[in-house]
Ligand binder design. Structure first.
Ligand SMILES: C[S@@+](CC[C@H](N)C(=O)[O-])C[C@H]1O[C@@H](n2cnc3c(N)ncnc32)[C@H](O)[C@@H]1O
Length: 375
């Protein structure tokens, strides 16, 4: 009865969403965490705080109950919705088992020029290099580089993403399920490691211990002279360069805090032995993470499409924080009042001044006196 009442409050498209069903219709867990399964076929949200009768308002309140101050001093609401990974660990805020199916409808690889430019600084010719793509997602980046290098291997955490990558790439590319925390590869076995838009999925606690663990792993698997190329966003790029995020203030704070500041990134890289200099940082001002045709094709109307929202994980954060419906209503009001175009223009001006992505390249210096990179 309670459940039926809560269902009536949601619009049809929300109720049809499998994420909604798992969040609001699955049985409550009486305050205990679901058991950690060794190999979860479908990622399950952590329902410790979310019962079958929870409403968006209740979820929003739960976000306000507890706050944490991050290592960089930002106060953020604690996240309450986390999904289990294949290893039973619950850190993922994004339901990639669902969104992986339509992810490529909006996204397209960016920064190929930056990645190839960095790899070319390695003393080894590009066609004889072996490259690892960590968090390869649906495999589209691998598809773009596989014929230009000797071999590219993909490591991916999520079942759904991995399945999409296998479908795209077939058996010609080695794909491994695993976590960036512990790379299942031999020491010095790659000439390049790339990781595109993944580090914001890492836990941030203990002063970015997970990120530093990954950086140490990347250093270990790289050959001397090799490069690690990280595509991420600075927190302020995340806040200002995605037009929809100002509609969701709590989600905006939460997602910004998940992106390590660039200084944290470069300091952490140096702390594990990488060399970083002024050439290491590149910001493409014009490219969007989504494909350019899709990003603004429908203007702000795209916000009402679940497929569009599957193309960026900040939308999941808005849903997790209970702000999605309210933010969409405020957008509808702007459309009705004729102010949506001005809103979008102002947000887009900010994006073009900051860009959405930052590439940080680090070099494992060749101490042996052989061929070294340009850094
Ligand atoms: C925004 S998607 C980016 C996918 C792909 N790199 C791209 O640029 O299209 C983030 C990806 O990181 C993966 N991921 C998250 N945490 C991870 C971890 N600890 N180790 C490996 N991959 C992870 C997710 O499963 C997801 O596929």
């Amino acid at each position: 009865m309670m459940l039926a009442r809560s269902l009536i409050r949601f619009p049809k498209h929300t109720i049809d969403n499998p994420r909604f069903i798992s969040r609001f219709i699955m049985p409550a867990t009486n305050g205990t965490a679901p058991p950690a399964s060794k190999k979860a076929k479908v990622c399950q949200p952590d329902l410790r705080s979310v019962t079958s009768a929870a409403s968006p308002d209740a979820m929003a309140n739960m976000w306000e109950d507890n706050t944490t101050t991050t290592a960089t001093g930002l106060k953020v609401a604690d996240e309450k919705v986390l999904y289990s990974g294949f290893d039973g660990v619950q850190t993922e805020f994004c339901p990639y088992d669902v969104t992986s199916k339509t992810y490529d409808n909006t996204r397209s690889p960016l920064g190929l020029n930056i990645v190839f430019g960095s790899l070319a600084l390695n003393g080894k010719p590009l066609p004889s290099q072996k490259v690892l793509d960590v968090g390869c997602g649906t495999g589209t980046f691998i598809a773009k580089i596989q014929h230009k290098v000797q071999e590219v291997v993909g490591l991916e955490y999520n079942d759904g993403m991995l399945a999409q990558a296998r479908e795209l790439l077939g058996e010609t590319v080695k794909l491994v399920q695993g976590s960036a925390a512990s790379l299942p590869f031999e020491d010095q076995s790659f000439d390049g490691v790339v990781i595109n838009q993944v580090v914001h999925h890492f836990p941030q606690d203990n002063d970015y211990a997970f990120l530093k663990g990954f950086l140490a792993e990347a250093f270990r698997v790289l050959r001397p002279g090799g490069h690690l190329i990280i595509s991420t966003s600075a927190p302020e790029q995340q806040r200002d360069s995605f037009w929809w995020l100002s509609l969701f203030p709590k989600a905006s704070e939460a997602i910004c805090s998940r992106f390590p500041p660039i200084a944290v990134m470069t300091d952490s890289m140096r702390s594990v032995g990488f060399q970083v200099d002024a050439d290491s940082i590149a910001v493409p001002l014009h490219r969007t993470l989504m494909s350019e045709e899709k990003y603004l094709a429908q203007g702000v109307e795209s916000a009402f499409s679940a497929e569009y929202r599957a193309g960026d994980s900040s939308w999941s954060m808005a849903e997790n924080s209970g702000e999605l419906q309210e933010g969409l209503s405020s957008l509808k009001e702007k459309l009705n009042a004729g102010t949506a175009d001005v809103f979008l223009q102002e947000r887009e001006a900010l994006r073009l001044s900051k860009g959405q992505a930052t590439f940080v390249t680090a070099t494992k210096k060749n101490l042996g006196g052989g061929s070294v990179s340009g850094c």
